[in-house]
Design a binder for this molecule. Structure first.
Ligand code: ADP
Length: 379
């Protein structure tokens, strides 16, 4: 909220009689008025005694006229609203003043109407100026917020990269020496020690996969994302081709509707479909995993669905599964590292879309995601 202080008016007027009359007329109203005898003094007071909400500028003044004052007014966020006071027959001055950003103008006809109108015009101008100032303040805040968000995102990405990169080194040492022990001293070790050594090897292998995953996740950078026209049906066909051996091993059936052409990053969208279809086959205990890919258009977005007949997900976990390293199963039950859906979410959100799941345990799942329909944005 804008703070409720008295509106401040800087009035530049070279006629002392008019200035005094103005002060008297405005005395009853709740304004703070600063007077200046000419444009030069006005500009000085503007700089030294600002900020002001309203500048009331007489056009005809010695040294600088009203338009010159407008030209010389320093730029700034809290620019006041300007009302130009012109003499009769000065319409072109009024037009010029408005072109230069003045809010309003008023003719000094001196027949009383002028002083009646002035408080109304000022009141209106104060309201407009305050709104304008509030808008500018909010825009500046938004800009600062966006810059801060971008900075912290970059920092986080860098952090994930550095940490995962640096973790690799001690891990290599552990794996190297465990391997050395196994190869060179394996024969001297009893069965239990060999078993423990196996756990060390297994654990470090898993850790290496997680670190690789984290590195992979932090590498998914989108600032330089290149968007092109992508035929999503082609992508799905490509995924089916890439997952050929999994599909035939699991005896899976993959079907799809006619799928649209969208604007997106081809490599990332391929990965999105790949992760979702791969999961749909993986998290299924049926003899024939069935996966269906659909697309529907709603209010400017394409909504894709990847439906399966798998084990389903308890709705209480519907949000958690999109967080990095969050899994609902042990690695023994279903292999995986808990990265796939986190990457999917990053990809979709960087296309300015959303991703969610509808599912119940034992009833299959449908993963939905949206991609803005930029193809037809101008239709
Ligand atoms: P990962 O598959 O490597 O565990 P994901 O991030 O892809 O990692 O998935 C996170 C978790 O969400 C999985 O561990 C699984 O419990 C659940 N999940 C993902 N896809 C499905 C699906 N189609 N059906 C049932 N559960 C799923």
């Amino acid at each position: 909220m804008a703070e409720e202080r008295k509106p401040r008016i800087l009035y530049m007027e070279d006629d002392p009689g008019l200035a005094r009359l103005f002060e008297r007329k405005m005395a009853k109203l709740d304004y703070e008025i600063v007077l200046a005898r000419d444009g030069q003094e006005g500009l000085q007071r503007y700089v030294e005694e600002g900020p002001f909400d309203i500048l009331l500028v007489d056009y005809q003044m010695p040294v600088y006229d009203g338009l010159q004052v407008l030209r010389k007014l320093p730029e700034g966020d809290a620019r006041p609203g300007v009302i130009m006071l012109t003499g009769a027959g000065n319409e072109e001055v009024a037009v010029e003043a408005m072109k230069m950003g003045a809010l309003d103008y008023l003719q000094k006809d001196l027949d009383g109407r002028y002083f009646q109108l002035l408080p109304v015009v000022i009141d209106e101008a104060v309201k407009r100026t305050r709104l304008e100032q509030e808008k500018r303040r909010m825009q500046a805040e938004l800009k600062r917020y966006a810059a801060e968000l971008e900075r912290s995102n970059k920092e986080l990405q860098q952090f994930a990269y550095v940490v995962s990169h640096d973790l690799k080194e001690p891990l290599h040492t552990i794996r190297g020496f465990a391997k050395f022990l196994e190869e060179n001293c394996g024969a001297q070790l009893d069965a239990q020690s060999r078993e423990f050594l196996g756990y060390i090897m297994e654990g470090s292998q898993r850790m290496e996969r997680l670190i690789e995953g984290l590195l992979d996740y932090s590498r998914v950078k989108f600032n330089e994302l290149k968007l092109t026209r992508v035929e999503s049906e082609k992508l799905v066909k490509q995924v089916i081709q890439d997952l050929k051996s999994t599909i035939s091993r699991r005896n899976a059936q993959i079907t799809y509707d006619t799928l649209p052409t969208i604007q997106g990053n081809e490599r990332m969208l391929l990965r999105l479909f790949q992760n979702l279809i791969d999961n749909a086959i993986k998290y299924c205990r049926e003899a024939v995993p069935q996966v269906h890919i659909s697309a529907e258009k709603h209010d400017g977005v394409w909504e894709f669905g990847v439906r399966d007949n798998g084990i389903g997900i308890d709705p209480k976990h519907a949000e958690r599964i999109f967080i990095i390293f969050q899994r609902l199963h042990s690695a023994n039950e279903f292999a995986g590292d808990g990265l796939g859906l986190a990457i999917c979410k990053k990809i979709v959100e960087n296309h300015k879309g959303e991703i969610w799941v509808k599912s119940r345990r034992g009833k299959g799942s449908t993963f939905y995601f949206t991609i803005p329909d930029k193809e037809n944005a101008h239709a």
